[in-house]
Design a protein around this ligand. Structure first.
Ligand code: ATP
Length: 310
C-alpha cells in the first residue's frame, strides 16, 4: 500500500475544471515533489487529500484511508500550510504545547524540547513568535506539523518568502526530519533546485493534468542520447582527439568547439570505453562529466513557458 494514492481525480470550481483525471502515488518514506505553475491546483489537491475539500470525481487515499471523516487516520498526518499555523501571541514552546494538547502527544515536554533543539530554536523557546523572523516561524511551523510524529507530512511551499540561507536551512531540516522520523514527505514547491536536491519522485501538474510522474533520477537522465564532456589536460589536443572519438562505434557525434570535447553516445554505458580509448591513444584527461538535464529544464518542457514563470 502506498502512502498516497490518487486515481482519476477531477475537480472544478465555478464550472472551471482545475484537476482533470489526475493520477499518481507516493511510496512510504519518499520525499515527493508536487510541481506546477501558480494556480495549477497543487493546494487544491492537498486539500482534497486531507479531506478538507470534496473531489469532483476519482479516488484519493492517504495511508490507505479516506481522511474525510476519519479522525483516527488524520492524527497520523501532519500539515504545514503557508501561514505556519502559529499564534504570534504565544511563545515558541507554548505554541507547540498547545498542539501537543490537541494531539495528545506522549511525553510532550520532552518532544517539544527535542524538536526545538532540532530546528535550532531551543534558546528562543520562551520568546513570543510575533518577534520571530519569517525563517524562524517556518522552522517552528515545521516542528508544529510533525510534533505528533505523523507518518506523512504535507508541506505546502515550505520555502516561500525565505532568503537563500533560510531556504537551505529548511531544506536540510526536511531531509534530516524525514530520515530521523521515517516520515513520508509530500512537498508542494516552486523551488526546482530544492526539489531536485531532496525529492526522490516528482509529479508535474499543468493545465489540470499530470504531465510527468517519475523518479528525479529517471527524469533528469532520460534526455534522448547521453552526452559526456571530456576535457584534456592540453586543450590544443582536442581537435586531434575529436578525430579519434568520432571513429568509435558507440559515438554519434563529437564537438570540439567549446573548449572541451562534447561527445554524444549511442550507448549510455559507453563512458568507460570512451575514456579507455582516449588513454590508449596517449591523451591525458583532466575531467570527464556526464551531462544530465536539470529538473528546471525538464519542468519548463512540460509546462507551457508562458505558464511556467513561477
Ligand atoms: N475555493 C475555491 N473557490 C474557487 N476557486 C478556487 C478555490 N480554491 C482554489 N480555486 C482556484 O483553483 C485554482 C488552483 O488553485 P490552487 O491554490 O490549488 O493552485 P496552486 O497550484 O496551489 O497555486 P500556487 O502555486 O499559486 O499556490 C486557482 O485558479 C484558484 O483560484
Amino acid at each position: 500500500m502506498n502512502a498516497v494514492e490518487v486515481r482519476g481525480l477531477s475537480r472544478s470550481f465555478d464550472g472551471r475544471e482545475i484537476l482533470r483525471d489526475v493520477s499518481f502515488s507516493v511510496g512510504h518514506g519518499e520525499i515527493f515533489g508536487y510541481l506546477g505553475p501558480n494556480g495549477a491546483g497543487k493546494t487544491t489537491t492537498i486539500r482534497i487529500l486531507l479531506g478538507l475539500l470534496a473531489p469532483g470525481a476519482g479516488m484519493v487515499r492517504v495511508l490507505g484511508e479516506d481522511l474525510t471523516s476519519n479522525d483516527e487516520a488524520r492524527r497520523r498526518v501532519g500539515v504545514l500550510f503557508e501561514n505556519n499555523g502559529l499564534s504570534d501571541r504565544l511563545s515558541a514552546a507554548d505554541n507547540l504545547a498547545y498542539y501537543a494538547g490537541l494531539y495528545d502527544v506522549e511525553a510532550p515536554k520532552e518532544r517539544i524540547d527535542e524538536l526545538l533543539t532540532i530546528v535550532g530554536l531551543a534558546d528562543r523557546r520562551d520568546d513570543l513568535v510575533g518577534t520571530f523572523s519569517t525563517g524562524m516561524k517556518r522552522k517552528l511551523g515545521i516542528a508544529r506539523a510533525i510534533l505528533h510524529r505523523p507518518e506523512i507530512v504535507f508541506l505546502d511551499e515550505p520555502s516561500s518568502g525565505l532568503d537563500p540561507g533560510a531556504q537551505r536551512m529548511v531544506r536540510d531540516l526536511i531531509l534530516d526530519l524525514s530520515r530521523r522520523e521515517e516520515m513520508t514527505v509530500f512537498l508542494n514547491s516552486h523551488h526546482l533546485d530544492e526539489v531536485q536536491r531532496i525529492c526522490s519522485t516528482v509529479a508535474i501538474l499543468a493545465g489540470g493534468r499530470i504531465r510527468a510522474f517519475d523518479s528525479v533520477a529517471n527524469l533528469t537522465r532520460a534526455s534522448g542520447r547521453p552526452t559526456v564532456t571530456v576535457t584534456l589536460t592540453d586543450p590544443g589536443e582536442h581537435a586531434r582527439a575529436r578525430d579519434i572519438i568520432v571513429s568509435l562505434p558507440y559515438v554519434a557525434e563529437c564537438d570540439a568547439d567549446s573548449g572541451a570535447l562534447l561527445c554524444t553516445l549511442t550507448d549510455p554505458g559507453a563512458t568507460p570505453d570512451l575514456v579507455e580509448a582516449l588513454v590508449r591513444a596517449g591523451f591525458r584527461i583532466e575531467e570527464v562529466r556526464r551531462s544530465s538535464r536539470s529538473l528546471e529544464e525538464i519542468y519548463l518542457e512540460y509546462v507551457n513557458p508562458a505558464e511556467g514563470r513561477v
